[in-house]
Design a protein around this ligand. Sequence first.
Ligand code: MLT
Length: 398
Amino acid sequence: MSFINENFLELQDSYLFSTIAKKVAKFIEENPNKKVIKLGIGDVTRPIVPACQDAMHKAINEMGTKEGFKGYGPEQGYEFLRKAIVKNDYKARGVEIAEDEVFVSDGAKCDCGNIVDIFGKDNKVAITDPVYPVYLDTNIMSGRKITYLPVTAENNFVPQLPKEKVDMIYLCFPNNPTGTVLTKEELKKWVNYAKKNQSIILYDAAYEAFITEKEIPHSIYEVEGAKEVAIEFKSYSKTAGFTGIRCAYVVIPKDLKGYTKEGKEVSLNQLWNRRTCTKFNGVSYIVQKAAEATYSENGKQQIQENINYYLENAKIIKQGLEEAGFTCYGGVNSPYVWLQVPDKMTSWEFFDELLQKANVVGTPGSGFGKHGEGYFRLTAFGTKENTIEAIQRIKNRL
Ligand code: MLT
């Protein structure tokens, strides 16, 4: 008899975005003549930027030659990419990160999910509510105790420090799903808390490229002392159009320590390296070459154009809905607009109404947690034409 991991039975039946995809597929099957506009899952619509396309073509050609062929690469990522990350994403912002503190991966979702491997089951975990479901589900799968930190309009979407001591804290800023940000002062409070309690902050910065306000930190390491307490996740998905290509990275500073039950210090960087070498054979050379090209002059410019395009969509959503009387948050430093559901409807009722009457797909706030009830998320990752049409349809839906 093979026994299962019973923690899985504690999960909701289906992953949020799979549930939505199923509902939408059913609607389309029953209404084949309706044009459905999907502003639900944060999947990009702009093609891979030309600089990355060129880099991939070159890499394929190189791999097709005897001299240029490469088999298994370094599990942690090629040196050329780790160097480019350190220089462009950190040094350029005055943050010192060493190349061997960067681990290139096949996606921030995987990293956020896999990181739990190196932490003990008895850690108490704090997550914001509403939250990107991966942090919650992966900790339920491993049987950890969760403390929820509400983030709602009442606290201006700023999570408050937990009253009880927690060991692992997930923070995502710019936030998915609310689209809101934390100032450096607010982030500093978390770094101080983590230092005091020997906790680890798992900081998801997948959306940092969308920050438009100067004073908002792009990396948690911009806060002094954060290298002693924080792991940071970054992604190429939403900037260079890599949702289908898959490439991201995680930073685990060498100063970062975990503890055995006896209180002995252990390097988290070493543990993650050990895990990576055992369970991963690295991201393909071709994809890493594409990721490197995001840092070329052309690459940077093309990515900025993508970001501006999506931010313009966010503005269209936010302004359009505000004109129609909705209360909206986010959308300024983020591709997500978080709106208050009208007429005391639940978020799923509003989801159904938009699908049926406007043929627009969004994400119900309660899918991200209890405190997401009464809210709804729209993404700016659609095309501009569809975004304009979707907002018009939402306004005219009755
Ligand atoms: C989202 O819609 O929240 C994201 O696209 C999900 C993801 O990046 O995995």
